[in-house]
Write a protein that binds this ligand. Sequence first.
Ligand SMILES: NC(=O)c1ccc[n+]([C@@H]2O[C@H](COP(=O)([O-])OP(=O)(O)OC[C@H]3O[C@@H](n4cnc5c(N)ncnc54)[C@H](OP(=O)(O)O)[C@@H]3O)[C@@H](O)[C@H]2O)c1
Length: 293
Amino acid sequence: MKKLLITGSSGMLGSSLVYEIGEKYNIYGIYRNHRNPDLKNQFKADITDRKKLEDIIGAVRPDFLIHTAALTNVDTCEKNFELARATNSLATRDLASILKSLGTRFIYISTESVFDGKKGNYDETDAPCPINNYAKTKHEGEIFVEQLCDNFVIIRTTIFGWNRVKEPGSFAEWVYKSLRDKQTIKMFTDVIFSPITVNTLSLLIDRLLQADFTGTLNIGSRDSVSKCKFGIFLAELFGFDKSSITPISVDGFKFAAKRPKNVSLNVSRAEGILGPLPTVEDELGVFHEKRRL
Ligand SMILES: NC(=O)c1ccc[n+]([C@@H]2O[C@H](COP(=O)([O-])OP(=O)(O)OC[C@H]3O[C@@H](n4cnc5c(N)ncnc54)[C@H](OP(=O)(O)O)[C@@H]3O)[C@@H](O)[C@H]2O)c1
């Protein structure tokens, strides 16, 4: 069995990878605070510690790396650029440089937020223009991967799903819990995205591990939706009262970090390799089927 190392094996995507494709590989995980109970081989490490990464990679010698670990709280990144850079950019650089001599195939999970959100329908030839520290540091990670790796895929995506290890706190879980508990929530009509579940993305990543492709790919739903419509669709699917959702504009909403508005993705390149990607409706169906709360 091939050896697959997953950074962030306790995160929403990392734990989904373990759940969805765990049987097919000899999986090793790196976590920082939350041990994944479904995974036998795990290392507790801070990815900003290069020496620790060298020791782990020297011991495992993985055939594949899926690098999901990141400082994902956008407002924390805005308030602490050094920590964001150390975690999202420099740790990615270190992983890429340590793995170079092993020929490990490197899958780097990046974000649709590398774009400024002014245009929408971004394809891989559009120039990134990050507008907050989270996006800047994730984009810098992309550049290190491109510079240091020969065998890699950079995946620009936007994900949703259920946390399998950590407390529920993701965007879709927040919408679900709020509507279930009959709380009123405000949702943006002018933030547009192309979300895909961590479950579907895990299965697509599995295929990319085997694929003969190096470069950058957008992977999301083949259509796009506003955050507000997403909430309304979710309410309809689960039988919640959609009038609990108040539509608002992101303009004037006070976040520490600026949010890009239209980060919808053109996924044609990925579809050329992987076949048709699912729609938002398909993916909400997956979220419903896999419900954990
Ligand atoms: N969530 C989204 O909406 C979204 C959208 C686009 C792209 N992405 C990208 O997708 C990837 C996965 O996101 P996610 O939502 O699954 O993330 P997540 O649930 O927030 O999990 C982050 C993971 O990174 C680990 N981690 C963070 N800092 C670390 C450090 N210094 N050392 C070691 N491990 C560290 C965490 O470990 P512990 O929990 O053990 O501390 C956790 O396993 C990220 O690269 C993110 O940038 C996410």
